[in-house]
Write a protein that binds this ligand. Structure first.
Ligand code: KIV
Ligand code: ZN
Length: 550
């Protein structure tokens, strides 16, 4: 039997935080973003990136607007070492971009790291060591004093190496790894000791980066931890407070957002949430969440599919079709009621106004997405979906009753195949249903119709007062007891006239006929032909099937 969770797991202890401020704040500006795709993200890949892949990814990150990019762990990987050398030797790092490199607290590793970044103009050297009780006890068998001393000693060596290379602008970053499961007072003690060694100033700050190395609590708990550090850290005015959430509980985005409310000024993460286990926090979602709140994220995802292609190619991991903002299906509605609301939202939208289209939290165009996939039709869709596709494909909006009639034809196709009906298929079906319908009536000349074997002259359009009465005149000329019961017109996107005629033939149920023509009178005649043929054709079909059944 499974062990009871209350025996196996402990609840996360609450943070003692007086005068908690983050719940009443709002985010007003974007944080400093740091992409660790090429380091933390890369460390989590089945096949780590080659130098060529890293270069492609780096260039995409630069084009997207990242100003801080962790390019690798050069003391741990020859590929990373060579990649960093290549970036520097080939002058691939723009002046406004700072590269970052990770290192552990050991002299030979630190020296190798400085060797890798030799000649770069701006570098963040990132030192980390794990400080949580379980790591002190289980992994390293170290006391608190030893853990702190390791961090301080690493800082001292880095300071020495940096001082020996004054040609580079050095920024120092310290991460108390496993911060989120560490006693807060000890985390502060270590960070303060490190800062005391580095001696940051308000003009030359260091970065203290607080990782949720493994996400272990609800986002509000992480926010409390960050606010506690924000209030209690020494050298606060000389520190950029950064967070590094992982997504083990699936709440990294929320944790990062609440952490920003709690005082975090910088966020580390990966595009589309790649990274160890369930990933680092997804920087695309964070940035676009800000964007949809009217805040410029400072990152450009206006070609999200292009960014996605690079990430998928380099990581060799596909982005989920329902991934926020970027998945193939995130702007797609299949359900009838959603489609109806979206179609109305688009129809009522005034350019230049605040975005308010139901079910679409962001304009797909802002991510470089077209509106083509917004509405897709399957057996769960209603008339709204098919109408949207017709509007886009044929350039006109049929009247409501035609929409309803046509939606039955679409539904029948979708039910029969059990599959999606594409926009092209919907338009082809409409053409087949209304424009190309064969039957007893055909057009043999501009002013002549043939009804079975008999030619019928149709009256000139000029004798009719209106399209509707002209339609009645044509129906009467046909002599097939056709009665026009509704008549509507619309202009198509290309300036032609679409005519929709509801027609009863004898005792047949009313059917619609539809035609489009640059010549409005011709469109009326063709719409009558379409309606009569649809009525007749259907009854002949029904009679035939009854005969077969008998
Ligand atoms: O998750 C983590 O703790 C890290 C550190 C190295 C910052 O990746
Ligand atoms: Zn990490």
């Amino acid at each position: 039997m499974m062990q009871s969770p209350s025996e196996k797991y402990r609840p996360f202890p609450p943070v003692r935080l007086n005068g908690r401020r983050w719940p009443t704040r709002t985010i007003e500006k974007a944080p400093v973003w740091m992409s660790t795709d090429l380091r933390d993200g890369n460390q989590a890949l089945i096949e780590p990136m080659s130098i060529a892949a890293k270069l492609e990814f780096f260039e995409m990150l630069v084009a997207t607007g990242f100003k801080e990019i962790e390019v690798g762990f050069p003391s741990a990987s020859q590929t990373d070492f060579d990649f960093v050398r290549k970036l520097i030797a080939d002058k691939r790092i723009p002046d406004d971009v700072t590269i970052e490199v990770l290192v552990q607290s050991r002299r030979e590793l630190i020296e190798r790291t400085f060797e890798a970044v030799e000649g770069a103009s701006k570098v963040i050297v990132h030192l980390y060591n794990a400080i949580a009780p379980s790591f002190r006890r289980i992994v390293f068998n170290q006391s608190k004093e030893e853990v702190k001393a390791l961090a301080v000693e690493g800082t001292r060596i880095i300071k020495e190496c940096a001082a020996a290379r004054p040609g580079t602008h050095w920024t120092y970053q310290y991460s108390p790894e496993t911060f989120s499961i560490t006693e807060l007072s000890f985390a502060r003690e270590v960070c303060d000791a490190v800062a005391q060694m580095w001696c940051p100033t308000p003009d030359h700050k260091m970065i203290v980066n607080l990782p949720a190395t493994v996400e272990a609590a609800m986002p509000n708990v992480f926010a409390d931890q960050v606010e506690w550090m924000d209030k209690n850290l020494g050298y606060r005015d000389s520190i950029v407070l950064s967070v590094h959430p992982h997504n083990d509980r699936g709440t990294a985005v929320a944790a990062a957002e609440l952490a920003m409310l709690a005082g975090a000024e910088r966020v580390e993460g990966c595009l589309f949430g790649n990274g160890e286990r369930t990933g680092n926090v997804d920087l695309v979602t964070l940035a676009m969440n800000l964007y949809t709140q009217g805040i410029d994220p400072g990152l450009d995802f206006s070609d999200i599919d292009g960014v996605r292609r690079v990430v998928e190619r380099c990581n060799q991991i596909p982005v989920h079709p329902r991934h926020p903002y970027a998945g193939d299906l995130v702007f797609t509605a299949f359900s009838g009621s959603h489609q109806d609301a979206i179609r109305k939202g688009f129809a009522q939208r005034e350019p230049g106004t605040v975005w308010e289209v139901p079910y679409l939290p962001i304009d797909p165009a802002d991510l470089g997405r077209s509106y083509d996939a917004v509405i897709r039709v399957n057996s769960q869709s209603g008339k709204g979906g098919a109408t949207y596709l017709l509007e886009r494909g044929l350039g006109f909006t049929p009247p409501r009753r035609v929409q309803i009639e046509f939606s039955h034809a679409v539904q029948a196709v979708a039910d029969a195949s059990g599959e999606e009906v594409s926009g092209e298929a919907v338009c082809a079906l409409f053409r087949r249903e209304y424009f190309d319908v064969a039957g007893p009536v055909s057009r043999v000349g501009a002013a002549t119709l043939r009804v079975r074997e008999r030619d019928v002259k149709i009256p000139p359009a000029s004798v009719a007062a209106s399209g509707e009465s002209y339609a009645e005149n044509v129906a009467e000329a046909l002599g097939v007891a056709a009665q026009v019961s509704s008549f509507e017109t619309a202009s198509t996107a290309s300036g032609e006239t679409a005519v929709f005629v509801g027609c009863r033939v004898g005792d047949e149920p009313m059917r619609f006929g539809v035609a489009v023509n640059a010549n409005a009178a011709q469109a009326v005649v063709d719409a009558i032909v379409s309606a009569v043929n649809r009525a007749r054709w259907t009854s002949v079909q029904e009679a035939q099937s009854e005969a077969v059944a008998a």
